[in-house]
Design a protein around this ligand. Structure first.
Ligand code: MN
Length: 404
C-alpha cells in the first residue's frame, strides 16, 4: 500500500498514522461501539457503516466488540481497510467523516473482542533457557528435550483477560520454597510480568489450520502482559504446567493492529535446528519485527525484541490445532515472554533481576526485584511501517493493588 497522508492533522511520525488503523471497542456511559484509530481520534465504525460510508456487511452495526467483523474473513478485512484508508486520506470525505471522530481521551476503551480461548506459548529461546536455569538449577540442560521440536504452550483462562488500565489485585495462593517444611497460603510475594505479543483468530476452523493458512485466519495482534506469581507457579507447575500463578489476570492492549499493517515488519523466521516436522514448515517462514519496551513506574527497564522469537505465530497456530482442535473467532494466543540475549532485553522481572539477585533502580531512586503494591507496569511497542513510518501498538498498562 502506498503511504497517503490523512487530512487529519498529526505529526508525520505519529504511530497511529494512515498506515496503521488499529481497531478497538470503545464506549461512553452504557453505550459500546467499535472503532478505528487515526492519530488521537477514533472513528465510530457503527456510525460510518450506518451512514453508508463503508460496507462491512453489517459487521459494525449494533456491535460492542470486533468479533463479528473478525469472523468476516480476509476479503472483508481488506475491503474495509481500503475504504477506511480512502475515507481518512481523501479530502473530499472530510466533511462526512469528521463529525464521526471522537477524541481517544474522551472515551472508555473496552476489551476489543470477546476472548474465546486463551493459549500462552513459550517461544523465546532466551526466556525458556533463563527460566530453565532459574526453576531447575540442578538440571544438566536448561531446555527440556521437546522445546526445539514443538512450540510449548498451555491453555490459560479466557475469562480473566482484561483490557489495559484494569487494576490487578495481588493474587493469593499456596507456595513452598525448598527450605519450607510445608506449604503456606498468602498473598504472592514474587509478583512478576511477562511482556508478550498476542495474535487473535478471526476466521474459525473445523480442525487443523495448515501453517500456510495463517493469514486467512488471523486478524491481528495485541500487546499482552501475562502477570505471573512466581512463588505460586514454582510450587504448582509440575507436572501439568502453569495454573493459578497465571490465571488471576492477563492484560491486553485496547488496539488490535491488523496483520495488514504489519507487512513492512515481516522478517525472516529464525533458522531452526533440528529441522521441524512438515506441519510446522511454512512456505514463507517469517516472524515480525516488533520492538517492545517495558516501563516500571515510568522507568524504562527493558526493550525486548520480538523479531528474535524462535517459533513464529504461524507455527503456533498450526501446532495448536494440529490435533484436530478447532479454532474459534476470538481465540487469543500469546507468544510467550519476549526476551532477547541481554538482561536489558528480557521481558520478565525474574530474568531482569535474576530471581531478585540483581535489583534494578527506578527513576525515583527506589529499587525493585518483584512488584510492590501500587506499582504500575506499562508495555509499549512499535513496528516498522511502509516508507519509514512506525506502526504503534499503544500500550498495555496495569497497577498492582493491595489485596482486600
Ligand atoms: Mn506467558
Amino acid at each position: 500500500m502506498t503511504t497517503a497522508a490523512s487530512w487529519l492533522e498529526m505529526a508525520d511520525d505519529d504511530p497511529f498514522g494512515i498506515d496503521n488503523l488499529p481497531y478497538c471497542a470503545f464506549g461512553q456511559d452504557r453505550f459500546r461501539w467499535t472503532g478505528v484509530r487515526i492519530g488521537d481520534r477514533i472513528l465510530n465504525l457503527a456510525a460510518a457503516e450506518g451512514r453508508g460510508l463503508l460496507d462491512a456487511g453489517g459487521a459494525f452495526l449494533g456491535q460492542g466488540n470486533l468479533n463479528r467483523f473478525m469472523s468476516a474473513g480476509r476479503p472483508v478485512w481488506a475491503r474495509v481497510r481500503e475504504h477506511l484508508t480512502e475515507l481518512l486520506s481523501a479530502a473530499r470525505h472530510r466533511e462526512a467523516v469528521e463529525p464521526l471522530l471522537l477524541a481517544v481521551a474522551d472515551v472508555r476503551l473496552d476489551l476489543p473482542f470477546e476472548v474465546a480461548d486463551y493459549v500462552d506459548f513459550y517461544s523465546s529461546l532466551e526466556h525458556a533457557t533463563n527460566l530453565g536455569r532459574l526453576f531447575r538449577p540442578d538440571a544438566p540442560e536448561p531446555l527440556l528435550p521437546n522445546w526445539k521440536h514443538l512450540p510449548v504452550g498451555y491453555h490459560g483462562r479466557a475469562g480473566t483477560v482484561v483490557v489495559s488500565g484494569t487494576d490487578v489485585p495481588r493474587p493469593f495462593g499456596q507456595r513452598r520454597t525448598p527450605d519450607d517444611p510445608a506449604p503456606t497460603y498468602g498473598p504472592s510475594t514474587r509478583l512478576d510480568v511477562e511482556a508478550e505479543v498476542g495474535f487473535v483468530v478471526g476466521v474459525p476452523s473445523e480442525g487443523p489450520i495448515p501453517i500456510d493458512d495463517f493469514r486467512a485466519h488471523v486478524f491481528g495482534a495485541v500487546l499482552v502482559n501475562d502477570w505471573s506469581a512466581r512463588d505460586l507457579q514454582a510450587w504448582e507447575y509440575q507436572p501439568l504446567g502453569p495454573f493459578l500463578g497465571k490465571s488471576f489476570r492477563t492484560s491486553i492492549s485496547p488496539w488490535v493492529v491488523p496483520l495488514d499493517a504489519l507487512e513492512s515488519a515481516r522478517t525472516p523466521g529464525p533458522a531452526q535446528q533440528p529441522p521441524v516436522l512438515p506441519y510446522l514448515s511454512a512456505a514463507d517462514h517469517h516472524g515480525y519485527e516488533i520492538d517492545l519496551e517495558v516501563l516500571w513506574n515510568g522507568t524504562p527497564v527493558a526493550r525486548p525484541p520480538f523479531a528474535g522469537m524462535y517459533w513464529t505465530p504461524a507455527q503456533q497456530l498450526a501446532h495448536m490445532t494440529v490435533n484436530g482442535a478447532w479454532a474459534r473467532t476470538g481465540d487469543l494466543y500469546a507468544s510467550g515472554t519476549v526476551s532477547g540475549p541481554t538482561p536489558e532485553q528480557t521481558g520478565s522481572f525474574i530474568e531482569r533481576t535474576w530471581n531478585g539477585a540483581r535489583p534494578i533502580q527506578l527513576a525515583d531512586g527506589t529499587t525493585r526485584t518483584f512488584l510492590l503494591d501500587g506499582d504500575t507496569v506499562t508495555i509499549t511497542a512499535t513496528a516498522p511501517g511502509p516508507s519509514g513510518s512506525r506502526i504503534g501498538f499503544g500500550e498495555v498498562t496495569g497497577t498492582v493493588t493491595k489485596p482486600e
